[in-house]
Design a protein around this ligand. Structure first.
Ligand SMILES: [Cu+2]
Length: 270
């Protein structure tokens, strides 16, 4: 059950087609484990309390336990069997708590180190730079292309390298369990794997001004082939600015109508 370094059998149980457990799955299993154990402990403790409250209820006619070895002030209660019960309950609690701490910590280490590990093993990691500004997000792809919608291929480790151009922001895609601070002059990383094509919403999670609540971005997970097709049409931000400027020039020179630009823009990268 303890998943140190991510090479244990638990790794494959919840893995998608990418063979990599996404943070969403890791956090889901931590949540389910804590919820399950918390509920179990709650049921046991409350039931045992109620059972004892009933068993030792006040009865006018008799002392329910005449020979009971009642605790005295300044003495540790021994309970049944010279403190065995106490020892057992402390022991089980300590075991459960320690197991949870170790398992959770190992899971978090896995989430922290996975993109690096995948890269070191020659796997595909797509790193996208995320730039926060008041009030929006800009995504820069490995080829230098920029967009305001984050398009990603499914079943691929997407590593977000998040920073900010002005004040503190925080980039988060709740459904994919990816979230990172956007701090000017620093980069923070978060990653995710989108297993199914679909649309998600990214939000800002750091109050940053009057436009904070509208500081959202669309995230679109596409089939790998659809993504490749789209990605092939993108070009570096500088290059597209240059080519636009160039076509600007020719358009203006040829007929002098700014309207002639429209088809050029429509055909370019979104
Ligand atoms: Cu913000």
């Amino acid at each position: 059950m303890v998943d140190v370094g991510g090479a244990v059998a638990g790794d494959t149980v919840l893995a998608g087609a990418s063979g990599i457990r996404a943070p969403a799955e890791v956090f889901e299993s931590i949540f389910v484990a804590f919820l399950g154990l918390g509920t179990l402990v709650g049921v046991v403790v409350i039931s045992y309390t109620l059972y004892n409250a009933y068993k030792y209820r006040y009865r006018e006619d008799e002392d329910p336990a005449p020979d009971a070895d009642r605790p005295e002030v300044g003495e540790l209660p021994e309970g049944g069997g010279k403190g065995k019960k106490l020892f057992l309950s402390f022991g089980i609690s300590a075991f459960i708590v320690l197991s949870l701490v170790i398992w959770t910590y190992a899971s978090l280490l896995y989430v922290e180190g996975k993109p690096t590990e995948v890269q070191q093993n020659g796997g595909d990691v797509m790193t996208v730079a995320v730039d926060g500004f008041r009030f929006g997000w800009q995504f820069t792809y490995p080829n230098g292309a920029q967009a305001s919608t984050l398009r990603v291929p499914t079943d691929t480790v997407v590593n977000l390298s998040v920073t900010s151009q002005d004040v503190f922001h925080n980039f988060g895609i709740p459904e994919l369990r990816a979230k990172a601070d956007a701090i000017p002059g620093q980069t923070t990383n978060a990653w995710f794997v989108a297993e199914e094509p679909g649309r998600y919403q990214a939000n800002c999670y750091e109050i940053c001004g009057e436009g904070h609540s509208g500081m959202t971005a669309q995230v679109e997970a596409m089939n790998e082939s659809a993504f490749d097709e789209w990605y092939a049409t993108t070009e570096p931000a500088n290059a597209s600015a240059e080519s636009e400027a160039a076509s600007n020039g020719t358009a203006t020179a040829s007929d002098g109508t700014p309207g002639a630009l429209a088809p050029v823009r429509a055909g370019g990268a979104p």
